[in-house]
Design a protein around this ligand. Structure first.
Ligand code: CTP
Length: 401
């Protein structure tokens, strides 16, 4: 799906207590569909057994430079040539020093020397070992080659019981960097704003008008765009989701706040994807105190006022080159309604979905959409997870940039 299936990724594990976290890292990388191989230093095998890694990867662990494969091949040379990415986690002070010197006297360092792919380095060590001039010089030497990216280390509880700098970054952060390193950065340099979730229009201090939008679609678009290298700002209403990694998130509440926030951000924006379910109406007057039953009487009514149409307002003032993408959640006459909205709001693309279909659209994990431009249908998807819908939309956007 993401073009990285079966890519050979090597996880190099060196001898530190954080080696146990490499087990989780290998599992997370496996979930990406890549072919993970593990190389361990002798020190690493003191902390975790090779059996754990070979059971997870279905490959023997590279532990020595002195062995040939069943086909008589030199393991570290063959693997080194195949590798698309090497992730060294944990990278101890010793392993970093040996890499900086270009040593190749164990399976891990030999693999690095026999390959030319990018290397991610996740250092883990005691604070003084990390700040030592020798370690810092070795790290700088590696970074200067252009081949190495250093992830962390972070500050926190260390194996010694002390608090300080030197903790290995968490496996999910390392796996995210690995996925990014394997993903074509076809959105590099593109400034994109994505809106997501509902807006919430207050009636009084405790009540509001809103809708069932979960924000999942917009969050998936923001997450995938950032993974493909875009600079993403995610302007979202109240949702129960954590902002995706690598995305600048701006939380807003009402439609007016969303519009204000977008207007301040539009200057640098090349693509606006308006996936938010903006409430069309707000209370004419927001009560300062909680509304009481006796004040509302026997036939209560709330006077509403129409919210600004956020994307139509943006469309009128935007730069000509900015691509505007809207969404249309419809229960009937999907195509006619979507095309009408596309034209009326001045959009370049509209993503329409039939929310009357079961299991898709608002608040679901899946969606099934048709993307239109001014001339008609551009793409019709099957029912798929929202991350896949997001990838399909991004491809359509990229074709137009
Ligand atoms: N939209 C917006 N501002 C609003 C209402 C909607 O920017 N006040 C945007 C939505 O984010 C979406 C597109 O316009 O990208 C279409 O939204 P939708 O709710 O389907 O359409 P409405 O214009 O609200 O029309 P209706 O409620 O009549 O279907």
């Amino acid at each position: 799906m993401r073009g990285m299936e079966h890519a050979t990724v090597i996880v190099g594990v060196s001898g530190g207590i954080a080696a146990y976290k490499a087990v989780e890292l290998v599992r997370l990388l496996g979930k990406l569909g890549v072919d993970v191989h593990v190389a361990m230093t002798r020190g690493a095998t003191q902390f975790v057994t090779p059996l754990t890694f070979s059971a997870l990867t279905k490959h023997p662990v590279e532990e020595s430079v002195w062995h040939l494969s069943e086909r008589g091949e030199i393991g570290h040379v063959v693997l080194g040539h195949q590798a698309k990415l090497i992730v060294i986690a944990p990278a101890t002070a010793t392993t970093i020093a040996r890499l900086a010197m270009g040593l190749a006297d164990d399976a891990l360092t030999a693999l690095v020397l026999a390959s030319t792919c990018p290397v991610l380095l996740a250092p883990a060590m005691e604070t003084n070992m990390w700040t030592a001039p020798a370690t810092q010089k070795n790290v700088a030497t590696l970074v200067k080659t252009g081949r190495y990216t250093v992830i962390g280390p972070e500050s926190g509880a260390l194996a010694s019981g002390a608090q300080g700098m030197g903790r290995m970054s968490e496996p999910d952060l390392i796996a995210w960097h690995a996925e990014k390193a394997l993903t074509p950065q076809d959105f590099a340099g593109v400034h994109m704003i994505v809106t997501a979730g509902p807006t919430r229009e207050p009636l009084d201090p405790v009540r509001f008008i809103s809708n069932r939008s979960s924000g999942k679609m917009g969050f998936a678009i923001a997450e995938r765009a950032a993974m493909r290298g875009a600079q993403v700002t995610l302007v979202h209403g109240p949702v129960a989701l954590d902002p995706p990694r690598g995305v600048h998130a701006v939380a807003v509440t009402s439609a007016v706040e969303m519009l204000d926030s977008l207007q301040a951000l539009m200057k640098r924006c090349q693509v606006l994807v308006m996936a938010a379910a903006v409430a069309d109406y707000a209370a004419q007057k927001v009560a300062k105190k909680k509304l009481k039953k006796q004040d509302l009487g026997k036939k209560p009514a709330i006077a509403l006022t129409q919210n600004p149409d956020v994307i139509a307002t943006i469309a009128k003032a935007k730069k000509k080159s900015t691509l505007l993408v809207g969404f249309a959640a419809e229960t009937n006459d999907v195509e006619a309604n979507a095309l009408k909205k596309l034209r009326a709001k001045g959009l370049d693309l509209i993503v329409a979905n039939d929310i009357s279909a079961p299991g898709v659209g608002m608040d679901s994990d899946d969606n099934k959409v048709t993307i239109y431009d001014r001339r008609g249908v551009v793409l019709e998807t099957e029912r798929s997870p929202k991350t896949e819908i997001a990838e399909a939309l991004l491809k359509t956007i990229l074709d137009r940039l």
